[in-house]
Design a protein around this ligand. Structure first.
Ligand SMILES: [Zn+2]
Ligand SMILES: [Zn+2]
Length: 154
């Protein structure tokens, strides 16, 4: 899984750089959400994509073929896509405690995954799914205890 943390100093550096690039851009674009028309901010856009360079952020922002959406519309889009996944497979159970879970809970636990990654894991019946890390740890502990017991008997 990707570690999405980036330190603040690096982010500030990028913001400063971006501000300078914008100043020298002749026709800096005003962007609105293609869905609801709300005005967008390039700095928000950058903090959502911290691994891109300021140059690349500005290039994307200025690209006329691209459309952007605001956070709210993005969230709604995600909910729509989750609904589609739910139609394919509504519930799964934790491998350890057997508690049932829906795709919305699963996406909350794995908020760093992209929607297609969530879908692949959710629909893969061999994927070992747990409520949380505690259940996962307990499951493997039980599993290894079991293996050890067998080993000791021999
Ligand atoms: Zn919007
Ligand atoms: Zn569980």
């Amino acid at each position: 899984m990707l570690n999405k943390k980036i330190n603040n100093a690096t982010l500030w550096d990028k913001i400063r750089k971006l501000r300078e690039l914008i100043k020298s851009e002749i026709e800096f674009k005003e962007r609105i959400c293609w869905n609801c028309g709300k005005g967008l901010n390039i700095y928000d856009f950058m903090s959502d994509n911290v691994y891109y360079s300021p140059e690349y952020i500005l290039r994307l922002w200025q690209a006329s073929v691209l459309q952007f959406h605001c956070c709210d519309c993005f969230k709604n889009l995600k909910i729509d896509e989750l609904k589609n996944i739910e139609q394919e497979l509504g519930k799964r159970c934790c491998l350890f405690c057997n508690k049932s879970m829906d795709i919305y809970q699963f996406s909350k636990i794995n908020s760093d995954l992209k929607i297609y990654e969530l879908k692949i894991l959710w629909l893969d019946r061999n994927y070992e799914l747990f409520c949380d890390n505690l259940c996962k740890r307990k499951y493997y502990k039980k599993y290894y205890d079991f293996l050890n017991k067998i080993k000791n008997k021999k």
